[in-house]
Design a binder for this molecule. Structure first.
Ligand code: NAP
Length: 341
């Protein structure tokens, strides 16, 4: 049995603000409740929700101070709570069990995790690569497989085709047989989107009518998956790009948009909010997350899905730089953070 220390290194938040509000702290290693496992965290990754909690934009989701943020983790099980049968000490796991109010996060050497939210880590990936996947692959799965239910031959537009969610979305939509169109801002990012399986990649700053004409003969896309996020007010572009009876799925529907095209085209509009099972202590929803991650691990080990890591290498004490990088928008794919060297 691995020896579990009483205390651990962590990066914590005692107030909201810019990325430099993170501070090093020594905390007690979390206690493991029934149905939980203790994970020795090897790596985590940054998601926009982490930067939104840190800045105060999503302060309602912040764990109690000193707050340990970050949901995504990959690591090794070092202790198993009562009622856990699926995992044993020594198993390598990945998942997004917390980092929000009521849970412990992954910016620490150990995290207590609801076993329902975890899956065995894809064998072919490093810990950093595995930690890049959970939140974004559950979101992309919910958006394109569950909600949009992409069918072979359907035209799919993925906005943000090389972002965290989008780069997995491109791959899942392609695996479902969709004819995938991805948007990205630079030649480098568009080339990556095509490498990941997009049939076409183009700049999202092009006129919507013009690319709808170019790629769908003016008919509009059958599925639009919008991973752009708050502030971009992209829903109007989604509605304009969708065809009659199109399905629009977004990861952020906070914003304003004219619903006229939703009516005139008979669009369906759906929102993914993957944190809901964590926020509402929804056991069935958490189990579903674990199941999706099991299926993603199989796809990864078959070579059908690959995480793309941003070309950066941060340790736990550089979490401020990792947040700065995400907020710059210059990153490509996912930003991973080593917790254990
Ligand atoms: N509701 C949920 O469950 C859920 C889950 C995950 C994420 N989210 C939210 O979804 C958003 C994206 O998350 P992420 O991890 O994918 O972030 P990310 O890695 O920062 O990716 C954002 C993407 O948006 C693209 N983009 C920016 N402006 C755009 C525009 N005007 N039109 C089209 N694309 C544009 C970027 O493309 P370029 O890099 O080429 O500029 C980039 O690919 C965030 O707001 C996040 O909070 C929600």
């Amino acid at each position: 049995m691995p020896e579990i220390p009483e205390t651990m290194d962590a990066q914590v938040l005692r107030e909201h603000g810019d990325p430099d509000v993170f501070e090093a702290a020594t905390l007690n290693v979390p206690e493991v409740d029934a149905n939980e496992v203790l994970v020795e965290v090897a790596a985590t990754s940054v998601n926009p929700v982490d930067t939104k909690i840190r800045s105060g934009f999503a302060s309602d989701l912040c764990p109690d101070s000193p707050a340990v943020l970050h949901g995504d983790l990959a690591g090794e099980v070092v202790q198993v709570g009562d009622g856990v049968d699926e995992f044993a000490v020594g198993d390598e796991v990945y998942g997004c069990p917390g980092g929000i109010a009521g849970t412990t996060g992954a910016l620490a050497e150990y995290a207590a995790a609801d076993a329902a939210t975890l899956a065995h880590k894809p064998e072919s990936l490093t810990m950093r690569e595995a930690a890049a996947l959970p939140l974004v692959s559950i979101t992309a799965w919910d958006g394109l497989v569950t909600r949009a239910d992409v069918s072979p031959g359907e035209s799919v537009l993925v906005h943000g085709g090389t972002g965290g969610v989008g780069h997995i979305g491109v791959q899942l939509a392609s695996l479902e047989g969709g004819v995938v169109h991805a948007t990205a801002s630079t030649d480098e990012k568009r080339a990556l989107a095509e490498d990941l399986g997009a049939d076409h990649a183009f700049d999202y700053r092009r006129d919507v009518e013009e690319y709808v004409a170019a790629y769908t003969d003016g008919e509009g896309f059958e599925v639009v998956f919008d991973t752009v996020g708050a502030g971009a007010d992209n829903l109007g572009n989604d509605f304009a790009a969708a065809g009659v009876k199109g399905r629009v799925v977004t990861t952020v529907s906070r914003g304003e948009a004219d619903l006229d095209p939703v009516h005139s085209k008979g669009l369906s509009v759906d929102t993914v909010f993957m944190l809901l099972p964590l926020i509402h202590d929804d056991h069935a929803g958490r189990l579903r997350h674990g199941e999706i991650l099991d299926r993603v691990a199989t796809l990864v080990d078959q070579g059908d899905v690959v995480p793309h890591l941003d070309d950066t290498d941060y340790g736990l004490e550089e979490v401020n730089e990792a947040h700065r990088r995400l907020e710059s928008g210059d990153h490509v794919g996912k930003i991973a953070i080593r917790v254990k060297d």
